[in-house]
Design a protein around this ligand. Structure first.
Ligand code: G6P
Ligand code: MG
Length: 214
């Protein structure tokens, strides 16, 4: 009864999470404070402006709205420098085979990402064609853990929440899926993603057979 799979992008399809981290860390340094990988967990799945607010909170700084827009723009420019150099080899292991097996099984594929750079990244990786539907940071108004991004994905696929499975690496993303009434496969650490129905460390450990058993 699973008819659609909705994928988060950053940290699920490709490891852009590390580039987000490097760009935020650089911004932190410029603002005069350190930003650790542990702090970075809080930014996963979180929109650009909300991420900046969390970063500033960690650094104990406050900026005017204008300064915030400038800082977020700067971070994004650094981030774009990294992602422009990405190669299709950076698609995470097992992802393409999983996409192909979904296609063969007639299961639809959607993207459900908070990123405004999502389409650019799919094009750089040359995988846009796999997606029947794309919902990204340009089409949603409520950020994860609000389920809007995934509910829009299901609706655009013409499916109900119960017919969809979400793949997420972020705590806020897992919560968004569960808040939307969807099954969720966590990609990452079981301790961080405890609300997911199952947690695996990547698509080499998850096949269409596992999907059918959810
Ligand atoms: C994803 C990432 C976040 C990122 C957000 C916005 O959810 O996990 O780390 O902040 O997208 O990305 P953007 O590319 O629009 O800055
Ligand atoms: Mg993610």
């Amino acid at each position: 009864n699973i008819k659609g799979c909705i994928f988060d992008l950053d940290g699920v399809v490709v490891d852009t999470a590390k580039y987000h981290f490097l760009a935020w860390k650089k911004l932190g340094q410029e603002l005069g404070f350190d930003f650790t990988e542990q702090d970075n967990e809080r930014l996963k799945g979180v929109s650009r402006m909300r991420s900046l607010d969390i970063l500033l909170e960690i650094g104990g700084l406050s900026l005017t709205e204008e300064e915030k827009v400038a800082a977020a723009t700067k971070k994004n420019e650094w981030y774009l420098e990294y992602i422009k150099q990405m190669k299709p080899e950076e698609i995470l292991p097992g992802v393409l085979d999983f996409f192909k097996s979904l296609k063969e099984a007639g299961i639809k594929i959607a993207l459900g990402s908070a990123s405004k750079n999502a389409v650019l990244i799919l094009n750089i990786l040359d995988i846009k064609g796999y997606f029947d539907v794309i919902v990204d940071g340009n089409s949603v108004s409520k950020a994860k853990p609000d389920p809007e991004v995934f509910l829009q994905g299901a609706e655009k696929l013409g499916l109900t929440a119960e017919e969809c499975v979400v793949f997420e690496d972020a705590e806020a993303g897992v919560e968004a899926a569960k808040n939307g009434g969807m099954r969720c496969v966590g990609i990452g650490e079981p301790a961080v993603l405890s609300k997911a129905d199952v947690v695996v460390d990547g698509f080499n450990a998850f096949t269409i057979e596992n999907l059918k058993q959810l």
